[in-house]
Design a binder for this molecule. Structure first.
Ligand SMILES: N[C@@H](CCC(=O)N[C@@H](CS)C(=O)NCC(=O)O)C(=O)O
Length: 216
């Protein structure tokens, strides 16, 4: 089975997929689309991902989109090590945390939304910054409670799950946008714990072949 991840080093949705693949010890090639230059609008990506967003994962000629669906596919195709716990309720709790990030935080702060705020609604940089912080902090307040209820080192239990694959990239984003995270000690502790694991380090944005250190 050959896998190619179509993504971007700074894309947090791509980062989720890199983390899951890395935790499962899976090798993959990467094709990069520079989002700052609008390369997500290239026909080559649209053939794989009709919405024109990264990531897309090509697997043996077929293609998958939506990072959560890709994480679920990776889990089913490569069950070991598991990124979901065994029990039904527990699995739903992990998916709930992952969805809180992927469905209720990230889409509100996506590049195309921020561009629409600036270009179509005339929002100032300060207003955009406040917007970003508002949705991250709102979602993180809920996640802080969830991690307190379920976590023992990681978001859920004492091993990494899909929830950690979503949290670590979202914290990366929050730091990139200088969002104050002092109210979320539980989330920061999970992030620090994940940072001790080599599979997390390998998937980090700065370690990717297309990383260029740009700040935008
Ligand atoms: N729900 C999608 C979101 C994908 C997404 O928003 N990707 C961002 C990068 S993290 C993107 O391609 N943005 C380009 C744009 O907004 O134009 C997923 O989870 O895969």
């Amino acid at each position: 089975m050959t896998m190619t991840l179509h993504g971007y080093w700074r894309s947090s949705a791509s980062y989720r997929v890199r983390l899951a693949a890395s935790l499962k010890g899976l090798a993959y090639d990467q094709v990069s689309y520079d989002l700052r230059r609008g390369e997500q609008r290239m026909p080559a990506l649209h053939r794989l991902a009709p919405l024109g967003l990264v990531p897309a994962l090509e697997v043996d000629g077929g293609s998958l989109t939506q990072s959560l669906a890709i994480l679920e596919w990776l889990e089913e195709a490569h069950p070991s090590p598991p990124l979901l716990p065994a029990g039904l309720m527990e699995r739903a709790a992990v998916r709930s945390m992952a969805s809180t990030i992927a469905c209720d935080i990230h889409p509100l702060n996506n590049l195309r939304v921020l561009q629409a705020l600036r270009r179509e609604l005339g929002a100032s940089e300060q207003a955009v910054q406040d917007w970003i912080a508002r949705w991250i902090r709102d979602g993180f307040a809920a996640l802080e409670v969830m991690v307190r209820n379920h976590g023992r080192g990681f978001c859920f239990g004492d091993t990494p799950t899909m929830a950690d694959c979503c949290l670590v990239p979202q914290i990366y984003n929050a730091r990139r946008f200088h969002v104050d995270l002092a109210d979320f000690p539980g989330l920061l502790a999970v992030d620090a714990r994940c940072g001790e694991i080599d599979a997390f380090a390998r998937a980090a944005p700065e370690r990717q072949p297309d990383a260029d250190g740009a700040s935008a």
